[in-house]
Design a protein around this ligand. Structure first.
Ligand code: ARG
Length: 586
């Protein structure tokens, strides 16, 4: 693994050196380098520096230019406007840089972070005995992309799937199962995810009906909650049946989503039961939490209800029961002190933001979070229907995630079939799934997480525009060119002059490492998605303007094949970081 210094970094270094030579008192000033349409790069940092040094910006810029070492990397540098610097890179440096990335294999010369830490990320957290919906889709898809991004930059990542597997609602279900003991028994053979969920639904409905009509059952169900909390063995065994049945279902959905979730990382709410008492004791002893009407509460100056009265975070209810907050506070202790996290991320719906704000603030007051260990809610927006309202079925019910995924795969298969020239039926099925699931993931990842977005399958599987299908086709098209090249192999020829479209493509590929680093540190996969879309667009322009196999000289054919291949590898790696497949043929 050999990390490659990007052209941006090389130019930055040269300009920074020239700056401090021209204006020693500026120290290590930032030349503020950006990619630009006017030249390859533009530096705007001189203006502010000149102002500070009371110098004429254009004069200072001219002095800087005189100090810049040009030749190997910088072809040309000139002063423009009020004191900007326009920088043009040599063709040799562009090709040479890409060649170094190409040598590095799948990592493409992307360096690892200087000081990686340990991040515990809480994502993909559905609820036991309940259907998964689009909110769970977002958490899973965004969380998975952030995991890939962080791991790629060298971070140690611990995944936590904080499933909703505890609470009073289980009293009713368990009591029903105790009275109808064989309802979740399997007659041998594996149960599919769909069957598991329909078993749970059937049971839920049946239990609900009895609960609503039979007062005595209701009393027994309430007593069962107490048994559950006390850890009574028979009750726990029944509860475990629900958890196991639900996991069959969850895994089937994650599988459909082409996502790996490992059982060891599924630590649901119940996993923190043993810590709840102590969490409360610590909070009470330190004075962070106080008793109020029998409940243990934490108050905040800036959290008030509509009536102006403070709304506390309730850590323990007046009846002694623990809720969502006590569990999350205990999970923080576990993640910080046992898992040794330096960052905590929660990929959770923005509608839970107040909860996390209060939980994080409580943990800070208790000293569990501080400047060395930070927590962040990666809050995501709502998935909307085509009408711009929260996504519902025509009957006004929550849309089942599996139904959506199945429909996406079906639509994608139709697109693949229509375009497919030489694919077998089995291949169409496989590609249909990769394209359909990719489309759903990409639509979710290509807008910034905190924004709402419309779930529009027509748009998602479209071949034109900012879709994963467009990116997948660009990748497959490159593979087909490489296959057609036969014996002729891609090879870099840094001595060749590059066409405009080749330079634009090359400079963009060079920026991959920086985009990955930015997307990882900001937990912003949409920045990588935007980068990849632009990469595919620049490739399309290159492909339209520069013949590859019919280029003028054998060297040019090889060099263009090389550009194709390095584009493909970047697309492939970038899409993989988003959790999206790039089929070799489409
Ligand atoms: N199970 C919850 C839900 O479906 C999300 C859990 C989020 N994670 C957490 N640590 N509270 O909304």
């Amino acid at each position: 693994m050999a990390s490659v210094t990007s052209l941006t970094a090389s130019v930055h270094q040269r300009l920074a050196d020239a700056l401090s030579a021209a204006l020693p008192e500026a120290g290590s000033a930032d030349p503020l380098l950006r990619r630009s349409d006017r030249a390859d790069f533009q530096a705007n940092g001189i203006l502010a520096l000149a102002k500070k040094a009371k110098a004429n910006p254009r004069e200072l810029a001219t002095q800087v230019v005189a100090q810049v070492e040009s030749g190997d990397v910088i072809q040309d540098i000139e002063v423009s406007g009020p004191g900007f610097l326009n920088v043009t890179i040599t063709d040799r440096a562009i090709t040479g840089n890409l060649a170094a990335r190409y040598e590095d294999g799948a990592r493409l010369g992307v360096p690892v972070a200087d000081h990686p830490g340990t991040t515990v990320i809480d994502y993909a957290q559905p609820n036991v005995a309940k259907e998964m919906h689009v909110g769970h889709l977002r958490s899973a898809v965004i969380g998975d992309a952030v995991v890939q991004l962080l791991e790629f930059t060298g971070e140690t990542v611990v995944r936590r799937h904080h499933i909703g597997d505890w609470g009073t609602q289980f009293g009713m279900l368990i009591q029903y199962l105790i009275e109808h003991p064989h309802e979740l028994d399997h007659k041998g053979g594996a149960v599919s995810g769909e069957e598991a969920m329909s078993n749970l639904n059937r049971l839920y409905k049946a239990a609900r009906t009895v609960f609503d009509s039979d007062e005595e059952f209701k009393t027994r169900a309430r007593r069962r909650v107490v048994d559950l909390q006390a850890g009574e063995p028979e009750t726990l065994a029944m509860w475990q049946k629900f958890v196991d049945e639900s996991k069959i279902y969850f895994y089937s959905v994650f599988d459909k989503l082409d996502m790996e979730i490992s059982d060891a990382d599924v630590v649901g709410e119940s996993g923190y039961n043993d810590m709840l008492d102590e969490t409360c004791r610590l909070l009470e002893e330190s004075g962070v939490a106080v008793r109020s009407d029998g409940a243990l509460c934490v108050f905040f100056d800036d959290v008030k209800g509509p009536d102006g009265n403070p709304v506390p975070l309730i850590v323990r209810k007046s009846d002694g029961g623990y809720g969502y907050a006590a569990t999350d506070l205990s999970a923080i202790r576990d993640r910080v002190f046992n898992l040794k996290a330096t960052s905590l991320i929660y990929v959770v719906d923005a509608r839970q933001s107040l909860h996390f704000k209060m939980v994080f603030e409580t943990a800070r007051r208790a000293g569990w979070l501080n400047d060395d260990v930070k927590a962040h809610q990666l809050a995501f927006g709502t998935v909307l229907g085509k009408d711009g309202k929260p996504f519902k079925t025509r009957e006004g019910e929550t849309v089942r995630l599996v139904d959506l995924l199945d429909e996406a795969v079906e639509r994608a298969s139709a697109v693949v079939r229509e375009k497919a020239l030489d694919l077998s039926e089995a291949e169409i099925t496989e590609r249909g799934a990769q394209v359909g699931i990719g489309a759903v993931k990409y639509a979710d990842l290509s807008t910034s997480a905190n924004r709402d977005y419309k779930f529009d399958l027509d748009q998602m599987v479209s071949l034109n525009g900012d879709t994963s299908v467009y990116l997948q086709y660009a990748y497959a098209r490159i593979q087909s060119i490489l296959r057609k090249a036969g014996e002729v192999r891609p090879a870099a020829h840094p001595e060749l002059e590059l066409a405009g479209a080749e330079r634009a493509l090359g400079l963009h590929i060079d920026a991959f490492a920086e985009v990955v680093a930015e997307a990882a540190t900001e937990y912003a996969p949409h920045k990588l998605a935007a980068y990849l879309y632009q990469l595919a667009s620049l490739y399309t322009t290159f492909y339209d303007k520069c013949p590859v196999l019919k280029a003028e000289t054998p060297q040019q054919v090889e060099n263009r094949l090389f550009l194709c291949d390095v584009t493909a590898r970047t697309l492939h790696q970038g899409m993989a970081l988003l959790g999206i497949r790039t089929p070799e043929r489409l």
